[in-house]
Design a protein around this ligand. Structure first.
Ligand SMILES: [Zn+2]
Length: 248
C-alpha cells in the first residue's frame, strides 16, 4: 500500500513538473527576448545578428507555446477585443492613417521615422493619464489570448527609451506578437497566460516622446506577424480594431 502511495506521489509530482515547465521556459525565453530588445536599442548587436537571434528565440517560443495553442486556439473563433475599455475605433489617431510601415526594421535602431502601429487616444486634456469623463485610469485590455513574453514597468522620465512601460504578448493562434506601449502601470509579468479582454495595463504617458506635452495620452499598438521563418512583418490592425468587441 505504501509503495502504491509513493508511486501516486511520484506521478503527481511529474505531472506538476510538466505543467510548470512551459511557464519556466517562457520566462527564460522572455528574458532572452527582452535582452535582445535592449541590445537592439543600444545598438550593441548588428541588425543581422539581432534578426538571427530573434528568429531562434521566436521559433523556440512557438514550440514552448504549443500546449497553450492546443488549449486556446480550437477553431479560433475568438475574434478581437478592443484594447481600451469603454473606447472604440473612433479614437484611433488620424482615422487609421497613423500606420506607416515603410522603412520599418525591428533590428536596426538607427532606422527611425516609421510607425508600424496605431495610436489610440483617450480623453485627457490635462495630461494626468486619468480619463476626463470617468475620472479613472483607462484599462488596456489584451486584444487576443496569448502569453506575455516581455514587459517594462519601471520606466522613468530620465530614460530616453521611446516605448516607456510596455507589454509584448505572443499569440500562438495567429503566430504573431502584440506590442502595447506607454502605460502608466503594467499588470502582467513575463510567463503569464492571458485571455482576450484581460486587463494588462493602464494607459499612461511613459516613453521619450509620449511623455512630452505635445503628445496626447494614448496607447501605442503594434502587431507583428511572423513568417514561417519567424521574421516579423508589421500588419495594419485597423480592420481588427474596427471590428473588435468593445468591453465596458
Ligand atoms: Zn505610436
Amino acid at each position: 500500500m505504501q509503495k502504491f502511495n509513493i508511486i501516486i506521489i511520484l506521478i503527481l509530482g511529474l505531472l506538476a513538473a510538466r505543467s510548470d515547465a512551459p511557464r519556466e521556459q517562457l520566462v527564460t525565453l522572455g528574458q532572452a527576448f527582452q535582452n535582445l530588445n535592449t541590445q537592439i536599442r543600444e545598438q550593441t548587436l548588428s541588425p543581422d545578428s539581432a534578426q538571427m537571434r530573434f528568429q531562434a528565440i521566436l521559433k523556440e517560443l512557438r514550440e514552448v507555446s504549443e500546449p497553450y495553442r492546443q488549449q486556446i486556439c480550437q477553431g479560433d473563433s475568438i475574434g478581437f477585443v478592443f484594447p481600451l475599455r469603454d473606447y472604440d475605433a473612433d479614437q484611433i489617431g488620424g482615422s487609421g492613417s497613423g500606420f506607416r510601415p515603410f522603412g520599418f526594421n525591428l533590428f536596426d535602431h538607427s532606422v527611425q521615422g516609421s510607425h508600424p502601429a496605431h495610436d489610440i487616444f483617450i480623453y485627457d486634456r490635462n495630461q494626468d493619464s486619468i480619463d476626463d469623463q470617468t475620472d479613472k485610469p483607462v484599462d488596456v485590455l489584451a486584444m487576443r489570448p496569448g502569453v506575455v513574453v516581455a514587459t517594462e514597468a519601471n520606466w522613468t522620465p530620465e530614460s530616453s527609451y521611446r516605448g516607456g512601460n510596455f507589454v509584448w504578448i505572443y499569440d500562438p493562434c495567429l503566430d504573431g506578437l502584440f506590442y502595447y506601449a506607454h502605460h502608466s502601470q503594467v499588470m502582467v509579468q513575463t510567463g503569464d497566460q492571458v485571455v482576450a479582454g484581460q486587463k494588462i495595463a493602464e494607459v499612461g504617458r511613459t516613453g521619450f516622446n509620449a511623455a512630452k506635452a505635445r503628445s496626447g495620452t494614448h496607447l501605442h499598438l503594434m502587431y507583428l506577424q511572423l513568417t514561417p521563418e519567424a521574421v516579423p512583418v508589421p500588419i495594419n490592425t485597423y480592420d481588427w480594431l474596427a471590428a473588435a468587441t468593445i468591453l465596458r
